[in-house]
Design a protein around this ligand. Structure first.
Ligand SMILES: [Zn+2]
Length: 150
């Protein structure tokens, strides 16, 4: 499916809303060699629109892993669930960081981790390097109420 033209103002809104970080794996856009993508939460082929409520910022790895899928299988409960939606759900409700590893806390979180391959070895290595450089998790996630230290 051809990539739709996304107006620059809409692109800027999506990037700024996400603090320039992938909304799935939280990797900052400034780290990768290439720019993050604008992910259609509901893909165009499923009738999704190019509007801010249907867009998320996603790194290339997450974007490719998700493709046009809407749902995936929770590897624990073996049920099909909708993927994590950064527009309607909070990251910290569905995922937690254990070192560089992203662990699903819910069926949705686990299914998203599996489909988007969030813990592939190369990605863990990248995140570990960022953790050591104090650039991960990104500041806006550290400040989120559900990420505060107890
Ligand atoms: Zn990502």
């Amino acid at each position: 499916m051809p990539h739709p033209h996304i107006p620059s103002a809409l692109r800027r809104l999506v990037v700024e809303r996400a603090y320039g970080c992938c909304e799935y794996c939280l990797i900052p856009q400034t780290v990768g060699a290439s720019m993050h993508h604008l992910d259609h939460l509901v893909a165009l082929k499923h009738g999704g629109a190019t509007v801010d409520a249907n867009l998320a910022l996603a790194c290339i790895d997450c974007n490719l892993g998700k493709g046009s899928d809407l749902a995936a299988v929770d590897p624990v409960e073996r049920v099909v669930v909708l993927l994590f939606n950064p527009r309607t759900q909070r990251w910290g409700d569905h995922f937690q960081l254990v070192g560089p590893r992203i662990v699903g806390r819910t069926p949705t979180g686990r299914a998203t981790v599996a489909l988007l391959r969030l813990n592939d070895e190369a990605r863990l290595i990248d995140r570990q390097m960022l953790i050591e450089a104090r650039r991960y998790p990104p500041l806006h996630m550290q400040e989120a109420p559900n990420m505060e230290a107890e």
